[in-house]
Ligand binder design. Structure first.
Ligand SMILES: Nc1ncnc2c1ncn2[C@@H]1O[C@H](COP(=O)(O)OP(=O)(O)OP(=O)(O)O)[C@@H](O)[C@H]1O
Ligand SMILES: [Mg+2]
Length: 385
């Protein structure tokens, strides 16, 4: 049989998205699926770790058996070893009969260990042994057993940090990370959002027999600009609620806003996450937007103070920003190359946005989260057209 190309593979295994990030993930999945190699999948909650694990299993040689999924974070510490490795009769109070553990149940197939970062240290040693040679001991037994199991592990924790904190064994981490599939957060691959939206709409409208009458481009842009802390899962939930509640109505930007928790997606929440990455256009836009929001707050405060103390020099819009002593805009990531005045930042942001939307002011205003009227005023003020 001809091997599937990437697109066919994605269709067959239900992985939506054509961003470079998803393409890269899928390519690795295609490479590792036919092998028995251990894979570690990392990424924030809701990015699609489980769907990727399932694709690796389904596209591999072990797909005739069901993948055994174990959520390591959900099993109480006291029984986790017996759950994973099984136990002999009478090995502890309550162990009335012998019992196979998940590794034995998965023999010949795949085990998916979700939330691997939650494995207690004593269990980590035993897990490492299975990874090394397939051997383990049931609780209460001194006879080594052997299984043939392919392991896929996942976590949304930063395992490297967990190693540094002494919560995760370094040797196990090294063993696991040899093939590490990192799934980027949805906000770093916004071009996947329309495709995911379409897929969820199709799914829900068919399953619940609900009509869908389209979404305006502005409403889609709003979805694409959202922070999506809960990633694809959150998008899925929003689509489902919108569809059910807006039943048959064409979705507009105001509808979308009602379903997004925008009060949390302002400057405070965006900045810390964005500061860790410094390279793309969207992020620069978001940082600038966050700074402008902050600027408005700072100016307001300063003016308040000035008016209270009676000095009364309302501040102009064109002061350089100093966020806190010693931290100027210059220090925020390499994406902001020089210290800019607020006015200059605002001008560039508007210019970029207009360029991005080929001069369409409505879309630019929507992206900038200002009214069209304000945008017109700013365009005039900065002489942009
Ligand atoms: N690329 C994708 N294509 C289609 N559906 C996706 C994609 N990514 C995620 N989903 C869907 O989003 C939801 C969340 O995905 P999944 O359960 O795989 O996330 P996760 O990373 O395992 O999250 P958690 O860390 O919270 O367990 C699921 O309904 C899944 O089907
Ligand atoms: Mg999961």
């Amino acid at each position: 049989m001809e091997p599937l190309d990437r697109k066919q593979f994605q269709k067959k295994y239900g992985i939506i998205g054509s961003s470079l990030e998803i393409q890269e993930v899928v390519q690795i999945v295609q490479h590792v699926a036919p092998t028995d190699i251990t894979v570690l999948i990392t990424g924030e909650s809701g990015v699609g770790k489980e769907i990727v694990a399932q694709a690796i299993h389904n596209a591999g040689n072990r797909s005739k058996k069901e993948m055994v999924t174990v959520n390591c974070g959900a099993i109480p510490e006291g029984i986790i070893e017996s759950e994973l490795f099984g136990h002999e009769k009478g090995s502890f109070t309550g162990a009335v009969g012998e019992r196979k553990g998940y590794f034995e149940l998965a023999d010949g197939g795949t085990i998916f260990l979700d939330e691997i970062g939650e494995l207690p240290p004593a269990t980590q040693v035993k897990f490492l042994r299975i990874l090394e040679n397939g051997e383990f001991l049931r609780v209460g037994s001194s006879v080594a057993r052997k299984v043939d199991v392919r392991v896929i592990a996942a976590t949304n924790k930063d395992l490297e940090q967990e190693v540094r904190n002494g919560n995760f064994r370094q040797d196990l981490y090294y063993r696991l990370r040899s093939v590490n599939i990192r799934i980027p957060p949805l906000r770093d691959r916004r071009e996947d959002i329309p495709e995911l939206f379409e897929k969820f709409v199709a799914e829900f409208s068919e399953r619940n027999n609900i009509p869908f009458n389209g979404i305006t481009p502005e409403a889609m842009t709003e979805l694409q600009n959202y922070y999506w802390q809960g990633n694809v899962r959150e998008l899925r939930n929003v689509v489902e609620s919108m569809l059910v509640i807006e039943r048959g109505k064409k979705i507009e930007v105001d509808d979308v806003r009602r379903y997004l928790h925008t009060e949390h997606s302002g400057a405070q929440r965006m900045l810390p996450a964005l500061l860790q990455k410094h390279n793309d256009f969207d992020e620069r836009q978001l940082i600038l937007r966050a700074l402008i929001d902050m600027k408005a707050d700072i100016l307001e405060l300063k003016n308040m103070i000035a008016s209270i103390s009676g000095e009364g020099h309302p501040l102009s819009d064109h002061q350089p920003v100093m966020l806190q002593p010693g931290v100027s805009v210059k220090n925020i990531g390499s994406s902001v190359p020089e210290t800019l005045s607020i006015g200059e930042m605002e001008r560039r942001m508007i210019e970029n946005s207009l360029k991005k939307y080929h001069g369409n002011r409505r879309l630019a205003a929507n992206e900038l989260k200002i009214s069209e009227r304000t945008l017109y005023r700013k365009i005039k003020e900065y002489n942009l057209s």
